[in-house]
Ligand binder design. Structure first.
Ligand SMILES: [Cu+2]
Length: 116
């Protein structure tokens, strides 16, 4: 009888989930509404005429990341690690959130390696 030793799989860090969000007056248009838990690279492209920003709030309303002000034509970014949960995001400039610059991002169970 021969016992074969199976080496453990080499685990490379998973690449971050990427979300691209366009910002203009007065809405966000996101490329995805749902991502797996883990690292997130969120980019915010300002395609409007006013300054905008984006702040992510955790399930209890705790800020988890923000871009700072993104001027017209500019690209802002947030790199953050997010566990499962329902997150909201908004523009904190003036009354933009009240005018509609809000959104929801759902973070689901971590994607299994090799899962399709
Ligand atoms: Cu705004």
């Amino acid at each position: 009888m021969i016992a074969l030793a199976v080496p453990p799989p080499i685990v490379a860090p998973a690449p971050p989930a990427r979300v691209l969000t366009f910002a203009d007056e007065f809405r966000f248009t996101a490329s995805r509404r749902s991502i797996p838990a883990g690292r997130l690279l969120l980019q915010v492209k300002n395609i409007g005429e006013d300054d905008h920003d984006l702040r992510i709030l955790g399930p209890r309303g705790t800020p988890r990341g923000e871009t700072g002000v993104v001027g017209p034509g500019d690209l802002g970014r947030i790199s953050v690690r997010l566990p499962r949960g329902r997150y909201t995001y908004l523009c904190t400039v003036a009354d933009h959130a009240a005018r509609g610059m809000t959104g929801v991002l759902v973070v689901t169970r971590k994607a299994r390696r090799g899962a399709k």
